[in-house]
Design a protein. Sequence first.
Length: 202
Amino acid sequence: MIQELKKAAPFKFKGTISQFPLKAVINYISFTCILSLKKNGKTGALFFKNGNLVGARSGSEFSIHKADELLSWKEGSFYYQKIEKEFNSESDCLTDILYLTELTDMNASITIQSNNQKTEIYCSEGVIVNIDPLPKNLRNFFQNLDSIKDSKLTLKQTGGQTGNFKIWFSEFLNGSNTSSLSIKKRDTGQRKSAPIDTEGFN
């Protein structure tokens, strides 16, 4: 079965779980990627860094502990694509992409292009350090990331990025019902959290 995967597409493949059981698929993956899963309206994802499973998502819940649940799926479909120096995708996987940058401590710029609108998200060692243009409402921006339609996503791995603030994206994912995000000014020199008003910056 692994030979079939290698022959079909070594770094990019779409298939059904009934034909390619997930445990066989993950044994094949030896690179950084997101294994996206769908089954009867449900979605999930497994996150890999150099072939090692480092994270999982089931529905809207991000936790490595969800991996066993996803690997038990016997039906549905899957898709993976190796994350290379430059990666192009649809915008509906942006939340997963941002989570992967955090899990892998990636330096990257992510461009979302839709009609005449362009948004740049800059990450340094997996932490969002800048968004251009800066949204007036950060909370709404993050909540609506995967609802952006008809747009393209481009990820480019880069050197270290700079910005005026840092957002710990995982804190948003793990506490999305709270009214604040974790932010740190660049010049503090310490990794401490301070709440910010998600209705905008003062």
